[in-house]
Design a protein. Structure first.
Length: 127
């Protein structure tokens, strides 16, 4: 179960991919080919893929939250220690129509990227 801005969403997660993105303030090569680099930190970014559900109201509520026009959200996702909470913005939200039945539309393959606002890890061990 995924929690966004304190709200739980009961739409199954079929895949959660985590990446540690290293972001530099600068990285440049000297004339000798040596690299000069100032690391800002490591950002934990996630891609989630949701499964289908027959609860169209819950799916619609999740879609509305993922496409809400706000700068950042607080999300809680699973990690090796239990849960990981961080501020993120959402990108590349998308899904596809599975079927239409009795005037209801069912969607599948909902995906979203959670892009961290701040580093999870900084040089020197501070967060």
């Amino acid at each position: 179960m995924i929690i966004i801005d304190g709200e739980k969403f009961n739409v199954p997660v079929v895949s959660l991919t985590r990446q540690g993105e290293f972001l530099d303030k600068y990285a440049k090569r000297t004339q000798t080919g040596d690299l000069s680099r100032k690391l800002i930190g490591v950002f934990f970014n996630y891609q989630l893929k949701f499964g289908s559900t027959t609860d169209t109201a819950e799916y619609a509520r999740l879609w509305q939250k993922l496409t809400e026009p706000v700068e950042f959200h607080t999300v809680i996702v699973p990690d090796e220690a239990g849960d990981y909470s961080f501020k993120a913005y959402f990108s590349n939200v998308g899904d596809e129509l599975l079927r239409t039945e009795r005037k209801k539309n069912y969607f599948q393959n909902l995906t979203v990227n959670f892009i961290a606002k701040a580093p999870a890890r900084r040089p020197g061990g501070s967060v």
